[in-house]
Design a protein around this ligand. Structure first.
Ligand code: SF4
Ligand code: SF4
Length: 196
C-alpha cells in the first residue's frame, strides 16, 4: 500500500463516530487494543481485505469513519471468531464488524456493486416483510444489482427450475408478521437509543 494511503490526518477524524464505535456491544474495550496484530495474523481472510482487522480496529476507534464504513474488510469478515479467540485483550472484533456493517447499510455507504452488503440488506428487508426469505427473489435481486450479465446467463437455468417447481416467485410468509415487525422495530429503537 502506498505511503500516501497509509497517512491519516487529525482533521479527518470524526469524534462522534469514535464515540459511537466504542459504545457498541463489543466495542467497549476498543481502547484496550494494543495493536499486536494477532487478529490479522489469525484471520483467514485478511489477505483479501483492504484493511487488516488490526488496522480496522485502530481506524474505528480513532474515528476514521469514511475509511471504515466504505471498506471491503467489514463485508469480507466471515464471522469465524478466530480473532476473538486469539486476541490477548479479548477485543470482540467480530461483534464490532457486525456493528460496522449495520451502520454502513444505515448510511448507504457500503460498496454498491459488492454482493455481500446487497445480500445482507435484501435479506433483512425480506425478513421484515414476510418473516422468511424467498431465495428466488433474493438471488434475482442480487444479480440485478451487482451483475447483469450473470443474471442473463442464468435465465435458462432459472426457467427450468421454475418449470420443475424447484423455484417460486411467491414469497413464503409466516403468520403474525406484525408481531415480528414490532420486535424488530423495538430492537432497532433500542440500538439507536444505546448509540446516543
Ligand atoms: S489481537 Fe486484539 S489487541 Fe491485538 S491488534 Fe487485534 S484486536 Fe488489538
Ligand atoms: S471473525 Fe472476521 S475478522 Fe475475525 S478472524 Fe474471522 S473473518 Fe477475520
Amino acid at each position: 500500500m502506498a505511503i500516501t494511503q497509509m497517512m491519516k490526518y487529525e482533521a479527518d477524524r470524526d469524534a462522534d463516530f469514535a464515540r459511537w464505535a466504542t459504545s457498541q456491544t463489543g466495542g467497549e474495550n476498543l481502547r484496550h487494543c494494543i495493536q499486536c496484530g494477532v487478529c490479522s495474523a489469525t484471520c483467514p481472510l485478511s489477505l483479501y481485505m483492504d484493511y487488516t482487522p488490526r488496522r480496522l480496529i485502530n481506524l474505528a476507534r480513532e474515528g476514521f469513519k469514511n475509511e471504515v464504513l466504505s471498506s471491503l474488510t467489514i463485508w469480507l469478515c466471515a464471522s469465524c471468531y478466530a480473532c476473538r479467540v486469539e486476541c490477548p485483550k479479548k477485543i470482540q472484533v467480530t461483534d464490532i464488524m457486525y456493528a460496522l456493517k449495520r451502520r454502513a447499510i444505515q448510511e448507504g455507504v457500503y460498496p454498491k456493486r459488492f454482493p455481500i452488503p446487497v445480500l445482507a440488506k435484501e435479506f433483512g428487508r425480506m425478513i421484515f416483510m414476510w418473516g422468511r426469505v424467498n431465495e428466488t427473489l433474493l438471488v434475482i435481486d442480487l444479480f440485478l444489482r451487482t451483475n447483469w450479465f450473470k443474471f442473463l446467463s442464468m435465465t435458462g437455468l432459472g426457467l427450468n427450475l421454475m418449470r420443475t417447481g424447484r423455484m417460486s416467485f411467491l414469497p413464503d410468509s409466516i403468520r403474525r408478521k406484525d408481531e415480528l415487525r414490532k420486535i424488530l422495530n423495538a430492537l432497532e429503537a433500542d440500538k439507536t437509543e444505546v448509540a446516543k
